[in-house]
Ligand binder design. Structure first.
Ligand SMILES: [Zn+2]
Length: 69
């Protein structure tokens, strides 16, 4: 997942789960870099984001290239 605060990409298992003060009932992952509390994203959200990123990238790369009909 990607930290919503510093943008650091890390594995969910790398981060600290839970806020530490609620007995593990809170579903969040702390960023290993800045300790920001990120809400856990469902897997499909991550895929969607990556898909969108790829789309944006390829769109800027092939500007005006593929003009097929
Ligand atoms: Zn962070």
């Amino acid at each position: 997942m990607i930290c919503g605060f510093c943008g650091h990409e890390f594995d969910e298992n790398e981060g600290k789960k839970g806020c530490g003060g609620c007995g593990g009932g809170c579903h969040s992952v702390h960023c290993p870099r800045c300790n920001y509390k990120n809400p856990v994203e469902p897997k499909y959200m991550e895929k969607l984001k990556k898909l969108l990123n790829r789309k944006e990238k390829s769109a800027t790369e092939q500007t005006g290239k593929s003009d097929k009909e």
